[in-house]
Design a protein around this ligand. Structure first.
Ligand code: NDP
Ligand SMILES: O=C(O)C(=O)[C@@H](O)[C@H](O)C(=O)CO
Length: 287
């Protein structure tokens, strides 16, 4: 990957406990098929995104890397995240697969590397051992920051008491239908940034009457209103879209604000765990 200067853009940055900072809005690549990923990432970069979220699990790291390389955007102007796949928790597998991720993404470092799922019912629940391997990647500089994903409060508590490094982020399901407030509060109290996955609830929140009414009143789209809600709560988001027009729409969220009543109206859509659109981390154990 090249490293050339690039214009900065208007996306605010969130400072992590590692001292690094991350663009608060990025582009997510779950379900971006390998055949489409280079073009999709190219379109996202063209739209202005400089933060890309991928994972070993998504099977598209090589194509994400190709899209970045083709853009000509300098490596230091990008924030690139990947995640350890569920079958790679054992230390040697974690080390090998991390190197493979770097090779596929055509880079010598990641800005952020995460344990994708805690898998509390596998590996004797030994995500602490896995975390200690990620600490090696942080120590040798190949991961600028390390974090976790789908960690519940008890999982985080174990890391805080049994490991040296506090995760820089916890990437968890959060959207208006599932506010995940207990985890968000714990993270806030321990300086762990929250990355809200499926910020649009994979589309499920966009037809909610309260969201549509607000969008109409503000002259914005439902997706823009929901993304704005996340940003004003301080969370980091990376909506996925295959459509360049929607990528641009989702990126155009810095020219308006939601007032307190509007924020509360959206928060009131929270259905608790019933509102999840993805798996429950306490039981999810798919390798
Ligand atoms: N750590 C984890 O376990 C997980 C992480 N993630 C991460 O979070 C990212 C985002 O979550 P994801 O699950 O993809 O879901 P999102 O909440 O981002 O929703 C994506 C869906 O919404 C549609 N969409 C996007 N923008 C618009 C718009 N403006 N108007 C109408 N529809 C829209 C997309 O369709 P279309 O493509 O047709 O535009 C797609 O169907 C993932 O890509 C991944 O990077 C996600 C799940 C789990
Ligand atoms: O997208 C991710 O990062 C995930 O972990 C999800 O794909 C998750 O594994 C899932 O939704 C499985 O059905």
């Amino acid at each position: 990957m090249t490293d050339t200067a690039d214009d900065d853009n208007a996306v605010p940055r969130v400072t992590l406990n590692s001292g690094r900072n991350v663009p608060q809005l990025g582009y997510g690549t779950f379900k971006v098929a390998p055949a489409d990923a280079a073009a999709a990432v190219g379109a996202a970069l063209e739209a202005g995104y400089r933060h890309i979220d991928t994972a070993q699990m998504y099977g598209n790291e090589a194509e994400v890397g190709a899209g970045i390389a083709a853009s000509g955007i300098g490596r230091s102007n990008l924030f690139l995240t990947s995640k350890l796949n569920n079958g790679n928790h054992r230390p040697d597998d974690a080390r090998r697969s991390f190197e493979e991720s770097l090779a596929r993404l055509d880079t010598d470092y990641l800005d952020l590397f995460l344990i994708h799922w805690p898998l509390p019912t596998r590996y004797d629940g030994d995500f602490v051992g896995t975390w200690k391997v990620l600490e090696e990647f942080a120590a040798d500089g190949r991961a600028r920051s390390i974090g976790v994903s789908n960690f519940q409060v008890p999982h985080l508590q174990r890391l805080l008491t049994e490991a040296d490094t506090v995760p820089a982020v916890n990437q968890v399901e959060v959207h208006p239908l599932f506010g995940n407030e207990q985890v968000r509060t714990f993270c806030r109290e321990h300086d762990i940034a929250v990355e809200a996955w499926s910020p649009l609830a994979q589309g499920a929140v966009l037809d909610e009457p309260a969201v549509r009414e607000l969008a109409e009143r503000l002259g914005r789209t439902a997706a823009q209103v929901v993304l704005r809600w996340h940003l004003q709560r301080g969370d980091i988001v990376f909506p996925k879209s295959m459509s360049p027009a929607r990528m641009r729409e989702n990126f155009d969220v810095f020219g308006f604000e939601l007032d307190g009543d509007s924020m509360a109206q959206i928060a009131a859509l929270d259905r608790g765990p019933e509102g999840r659109v993805g798996p429950d981390p306490d039981v999810f154990d798919r390798i």
